[in-house]
Design a protein around this ligand. Sequence first.
Ligand code: NAD
Length: 356
Amino acid sequence: MSDAPRIVVLAGDGIGPEIVDATTKILDSLGEFTYEPQLLGGCSIDEHGTALTDEVLEACKSADAVLLGAVGGPKWDTTNPDDPRPEQGLLGLRKGMGLYANLRPVRPSPALVDASPLRQDVIAGTDLLVVRELTGGIYFGASGREGDRAYDTCEYTAAEIERIARTAFEAARRRAEGSGRKPKVTSVDKANVLESSRLWREVVIRVAPDYDDVTLDHLLVDNAAMQLVSRPADFDVIVAENLFGDILSDEAAMLTGSLGMLPSASLGADGDPGLFEPVHGSAPDIAGQGVANPLATFLSAALMLRHGLERPDEAARIEAAVDAVLARGLRTADLVPSGTSSVGTAEITSAVLDEL
Ligand code: NAD
């Protein structure tokens, strides 16, 4: 049997198949991979009446890694709570695969700093990673309504905090490898007000001595939101609980000004397969036109190589090739003002392949 990594490929809906197909071309230029295409989201609803079947979940759990395009589209929009919805597939996958850590790197390509809403001298040099806890906190705590009163509860256990803290410290180490720079983790909480945040801070401090090569600091979430726009280049790894991480990762994403460029990784326990996908959605408005920007999915494949398959050198090659193509001035339509000339999915894919 081939020892090529087995990657379950969930192309999904909308532009998903186009960007994932381009990405497997990039991976094929680096080595041998075995792809197992499976259905997720709207396409799975059409075929099986559910966004995620047990068979697909099992295939994902036994793979070396899972690469996802995007799911959803107007065809499956519904207000009936009993109808299946594409995003149930994503939630089911996260839960079923035990993916408790979401990693979103924000590193505006030097050629694209002018797309940022921030001044160039503020955004220049930004290269940060938001590590968000994905399966705990207020999104999963008890919630309800009693008459005109409503409540949501934020709960964390020390074990949940410890594992995400370790993910953050280890990611910081991995990012700094070979750079000669000292890795840093900024832990975000609201320890001046919330008991769950006080436990968060206590546990992060307790785990830190195992990573004495990594600098640790703490920021209150309101302050973190401000610092992220005033001095983004000073951050390395930011770790936060689910709700704070949700908000800060979108704020950080906006620093780049280009949705079509942002990759993400969701990781579970050591040795279990991770899920790698672009941050953007299925862009139904441009599906099938050959104009989708595949770069966020290429960069997601780079995260897969670095955090899922222990192949950091190839990850860096993809990132460098993407930078080089942008430096040459090639842009897909989403990266330029409308009316400006741009290239399609196939052309930018060939350009990245040439660089590789
Ligand atoms: P979207 O990210 O799909 O699109 C927002 C805008 O950005 C659109 O104009 C789109 O054309 C453009 N865009 C996004 N990605 C692009 C790319 N790679 N290249 C070029 N242009 C790109 O968000 P939306 O319109 O709010 O949602 C569309 C569908 O996607 C909805 O059904 C939504 O539920 C779903 N969605 C899925 C995911 C996911 O699968 N992870 C995430 C977000 C939204």
